[in-house]
Write a protein that binds this ligand. Structure first.
Ligand SMILES: [Zn+2]
Length: 231
């Protein structure tokens, strides 16, 4: 479970599968709930007493891509933030992400916004405002090289000797823009299909670098995207 006050917590719900009265749909994954639990200082697990759903995200549940995407959001948060560390801002981001997944017509664009926002909240936002070598700003240039391990970019005047994926100025502008926007601004921001595709590889590699593993949900999303699984 992910909470605004206590961050990620794990717990048990005694009789959870039987007691619809105490738990209802509140134990379903990707559900926004109100919950009551007990915790003990020397125990990792809390005990869920009862919970009730606030939002169940019905549409998200009925479309396999959106459902996989919701799990991906949750997996990223699980990879970037430790247990029992309060982070109301990240809670708000997850809630926004799930609510938008339910409504938006562009889940892949939403995923890029979520990824950039979450790495920024985790303190890993790439230094994408200026070239690492010459220090010049990124406006007006068409291509940059992205240095995965350093989280930095290099402009075309300087990147001869530096290996790494090349990304367009349009992608760099999105990288710089997303962290500055609030929810409304993010909802209005359109990301072109080319940038969605380009940042898909770069940002997920970058997140993987910081979390140390590939997410199962991401593999699943890729298999759907490339014509594999059908709902
Ligand atoms: Zn430069």
């Amino acid at each position: 479970m992910f909470t605004p006050e206590y961050g990620r917590i794990r717990g048990i719900a005694r009789g959870g599968s039987r007691s619809r009265k105490r738990f209802g749909a509140g134990l379903d994954p990707l559900t926004h709930i109100q919950m009551h639990f007990r915790s003990w200082e020397n125990r990792d697990l809390v005990r869920l007493e009862f919970c009730e759903p606030i939002e169940t995200f019905t549409l998200l549940r009925n479309e396999v891509l959106r459902f996989g995407m919701g799990f991906y959001f949750a997996e990223i948060i699980g990879g970037l933030f430790p247990e029992r560390e309060a982070n109301p801002e990240v809670f708000e981001l997850l809630l926004w992400g799930l609510q938008r997944l339910e409504l938006c017509d562009d889940p892949h664009g939403l995923a890029r916004k979520f990824e950039i926002k979450v790495i920024s909240m985790a303190g890993y936002h790439p230094q994408s405002g200026a070239c690492r070598v010459c220090g010049k700003g990124t406006g007006g240039k068409t291509n940059f090289r992205f240095l995965l391990e350093a989280g930095e970019i290099i402009c075309p005047d300087c990147y001869n000797d530096f290996p790494g994926p090349t990304i367009t100025g349009e992608s760099v502008a999105i990288l710089n823009r997303v962290p500055t926007l609030g929810w409304e601004g993010l909802n209005r921001l359109r990301i072109s299909p080319r940038v969605i595709e380009e940042l898909d590889g770069v940002i997920s590699d970058y997140i993987r670098y910081h979390t140390g593993g590939k997410f199962r949900s991401k593999t699943f999303i890729e298999s759907i995207r490339h014509g594999g699984t059908r709902a």
